[in-house]
Design a binder for this molecule. Sequence first.
Ligand code: ATP
Ligand code: BTN
Length: 324
Amino acid sequence: MDNSVLLTILADGEFHSGEELGAQLGISRAAVWKQLHKLEVLELPVESIKGRGYRLVGGLDLLKVDKIRGLLPEAVASNLGELDIYPLVSSTNDAAAEAIRVGRGRNYCCLAEQQSAGRGRRGRDWRSPFGRNIYLSMVWEFQSGAAALEGLSLSVGLAVVRALCSLGVNGAGLKWPNDILHDNKKLAGILLEMQGDPAGLCQVIVGVGLNVNLQGCDTGAITQPWTDLQSIVGKLDRNQLVAILIGELLKVQLEFTRDGFIHLRAEWCQFDVFAGKQVRVQLGDNYIEGLARGVDASGGLVLETDAGERVFRGGEVSLRGALG
Ligand code: ATP
Ligand code: BTN
């Protein structure tokens, strides 16, 4: 059974009796208890005290369409397509793909409180517990086909960093091609998925996962150091964060469409965590070491190797700091 109504009631962090919850949900007290039990699966701390009822410790800052829309400047609000918030989806990128399928495409945006199958590149898992982080996907349409879209992932990363800067989060860096790091730990990731005609009109689903508060969650499956905004700047209003993020995403979309990545390159390079550092690129089973020399005009990674300069482009390329 969907427990989003129960969560909405408990979001205030106050005590609610079993009787009150049952009445509001239209179910028996036993059924309430069952639903409360299920919240443990969502890693939400439910406290129960005899005579007072149940409360969600710390409450929840749930995402709300009206709140987000109300925080958008007029120019952003009029450029944004439809906006949906789901309690639970497999992946917001899947929900965005469905929106394209039913013709709700251009600048459609959706968020979820939880993803049951959030994903990163190459099908890797993206840890997506309920009500804590940002899982957002937006549909961007392009006329010029996929060939001109190199550098898009980097541009989206820049939009995320700009949003973080305007929230007072200093020290965020970009790791080519799709990671946002803080203090060498992963704070956010970007997943772009393309549809349509690679030579003409196509839609790019821009997926952004941003950790707001992962404290206390099971993060054992995350295979690299991670961090979250709460550890960096303390509590943040998630609706405000989303409004700022949407604004920066649409701004970068405009800049990218009008001027191309080349005009964003210098700013991207200011945040490049590996610039001037010895790195190791993984290409399938091959490893290539070299000195990272930033990115070229279309967003390719430039590496100075013993065999001369090489440029790497998206896809299956993976970048790490050199060992030792
Ligand atoms: P590469 O540079 O090799 O592409 P990547 O960091 O971009 O690596 P992906 O291949 O996109 O990684 O896979 C996602 C990575 O993010 C995995 O290492 C996964 O464990 C990690 N991860 C999953 N969920 C989170 C999360 N909520 N916060 C931070 N990292 C996460
Ligand atoms: C990465 O591995 O760095 C990319 C992670 C991207 C995660 C986001 S969360 C919103 C959208 N939905 C997904 O399933 N993935 C992206």
